[in-house]
Design a protein around this ligand. Structure first.
Ligand SMILES: Nc1ncnc2c1ncn2[C@@H]1O[C@H](COP(=O)(O)OP(=O)(O)OP(=O)(O)O)[C@@H](O)[C@H]1O
Ligand SMILES: [Mg+2]
Length: 530
């Protein structure tokens, strides 16, 4: 009779009598016993049953008991082996048995209780070994889990650090752009005022000079000043202080319209591909400035492909933000190394030889795109080429058909104009230009003076500088309109807080400095005829 949870012992002994005695004693002590009469049979049972304990007689007919023990310990190390012998009883035998891996060595015949006690002692050792092994496995697993967890956290941390670095770099970049923008904006403003005076006066000189050499000198100077004026326009674009006409633009149509100018300016070695996404919604932009930006990018592409290549201009919906339209300009040129990429948007950063590039192209693109709420990104690989993507906010509004040049031939002018500008040079050139055309002109140096004029005079048009000390142009205009609601108003401004100007001026007319006398004439006529 054995209990169901009785411990199993495999009893290996070739001699029937002692084997029987051991089995009987063990059963009496509550063990379950399976017997084997040979080493081979014993090994088979061990393999099949994997018992907790083997009782092994040293003297066996087929295989030596020491060998059986070695085999068991090599293949089933957790099986406890208790060796027994009635004949091999010397200290040398017991030593050999223990050295081959036996867990105990009992000289036969032993007291029944001693046999059971020896086996129980082995079982206690075995149980604590088991417990230790489980604990170890458990610890191993916990170490593995924790290592995996830490590795995961580390990956996350590294990603966060990288993200933070990118954000910081972007912040530094935008602060840098902001600072340079303010600097260049202020500079361009003052420069613009000077150029307005220079260009106006040169124009007068040219018109009045009788000596052909004088005419030529004046023309040369005039052209140089005009180049300067283009430069300041670019600077103003970068510093985002020019007033942009942000309207829905059909980008595809705009690019279609550029085919000819692109073909002319890119020369014969560049192959031009235009890939326009059909059904593209309109994008918010200033059409003229956007065209300039695309042209600038195309010229950069051409310059990057001295041995020819392909320039691709494409449009698409932004795959990441579907409320944005993307215009991309790609070339198969030299690409930009990291140090060029890092500074490409900086004004006056150029890698081109003197006289070839001003370094204002990309800064201008940056300025006008950001000013209309868009973004610009460069993707460039040295030796492969460059792609520049402009993302522009899309709009559901329809783009108006391109407005034609609203120029009308000047007729006879008799209207009265009041000019307010704090800059005497600009005031002088505006006045003399308008007088030349035929208007009656009065000039004031500030808002108070202008209002004093308005008290005794009813002009048809007020031309006011926007940025003036004391009352600004908008304030003067407001006071003037309160007096005379029919008064027409034309603002002139080089530098302005675009938003403030839009708020104050609304839809009123604006002429940007520097302007040529011809521009002024056209603008004045337009306002008066509107
Ligand atoms: N498509 C491009 N491929 C390779 N490098 C480019 C590309 N576009 C710009 N760059 C690099 O960026 C610099 C700055 O470009 P950016 O257009 O601002 O000025 P620029 O072309 O040198 O002069 P500008 O446009 O004022 O005549 C270039 O000098 C050139 O090194
Ligand atoms: Mg350029």
């Amino acid at each position: 009779m054995t209990k169901p949870d009785a411990v199993l012992v495999v009893n290996i002994d070739d001699e029937d009598a002692p084997r029987y005695v051991k089995t009987r004693d063990l059963r009496a002590a509550g063990f379950e016993v399976v017997e084997a009469g040979t080493g081979a049979e014993g090994l088979r049972l061990v393999k099949e049953l994997q018992p907790p304990v083997v009782l092994l007689d040293v003297q066996l007919p087929d295989i030596d008991g020491y060998e059986v023990c070695t085999f068991i310990k090599q293949n089933y190390p957790e099986v406890m082996v208790l060796m027994t012998s009635a004949t091999f009883t010397t200290s040398a035998h017991r030593t050999l048995g223990l050295n081959t891996g036996a867990d105990g060595y009992l000289v036969q015949p032993a007291e029944p209780l001693e046999l059971a006690a020896a086996i129980n002692a082995l079982l206690r050792i075995r149980r604590s070994e088991d417990a230790l092994r489980t604990l170890n496995e458990h610890l191993d697993q916990r170490v593995r889990d924790r290592t995996a967890e830490l590795a995961g956290l580390n990956v996350k941390l590294e990603a966060e650090i990288a993200q933070r670095k990118r954000t910081e770099a972007a912040l530094v970049q935008s602060q840098k752009m902001e600072a340079i923008g303010q600097l260049t904006g202020g500079l361009a403003h003052d420069f613009n005022n000077l150029l307005t005076a220079v260009i106006g006066n040169l124009d007068m000189i040219r018109a009045r000079a009788s000596d052909p050499r004088m005419v030529r000198y004046a023309s040369n100077a005039f052209q140089a000043a005009e180049r300067g004026s283009k430069l300041t326009a670019q600077l103003l674009a970068f510093s985002r202080t020019q007033k942009l006409a942000t309207v829905p633009v059909d980008v595809n149509a705009l690019i279609e319209g550029m085919r000819e100018i692109l073909a002319q300016s890119l020369g014969g070695t560049v192959n031009i591909e235009i890939e326009l996404a059909p059904g593209l919604p309109a994008a918010m932009a200033d059409a003229n400035q956007l065209e300039l930006a695309i042209l600038n990018l195309s010229l950069n592409g051409r310059d990057a492909m001295p041995d020819g290549g392909t320039l691709t201009i494409a449009t698409a919906l932004d795959p990441d933000h579907d409320d944005y339209v993307v215009v991309s300009v790609s070339d198969t040129g030299t690409g930009m190394p990291p140090e060029v990429l890092a500074r490409a948007f900086d004004p006056f950063f150029t890698t081109k030889p003197p006289g070839k590039g001003t370094g204002l192209g990309l800064s201008q693109v940056h300025g006008i795109v950001h000013q209309v709420g868009g973004d610009v990104a460069i993707d460039s690989e040295v030796g492969k080429g460059t792609t520049i993507r402009l993302s522009l906010r899309q709009t559901s509004a329809d783009a108006p058909a391109a407005a034609g040049e609203a120029y009308r031939a000047a007729g006879q002018h008799y209207e009265t104009v009041l000019v307010v500008d704090d800059d005497p040079d600009v005031r002088e050139i505006v006045t003399s230009t308008l007088v030349e055309i035929g208007y009656h002109v009065h000039a004031a140096g500030d808002g108070v003076e202008a209002l004093a004029f308005l008290a005794k005079l009813v002009p048809d048009l007020l031309i006011a500088d926007f940025a003036m000390p004391g009352m600004n142009g908008a304030e003067v205009a407001k006071a003037a309109l309160a007096r005379n609601p029919a008064l027409r108003i034309l603002f002139i401004s080089g530098f302005s807080d675009t938003a403030a100007l839009a708020d104050a001026v609304g839809t009123t007319h604006l002429l940007r400095k520097p302007f040529r006398p011809g521009d002024l004439g056209v603008a004045v006529r337009e306002v008066l005829d509107a």
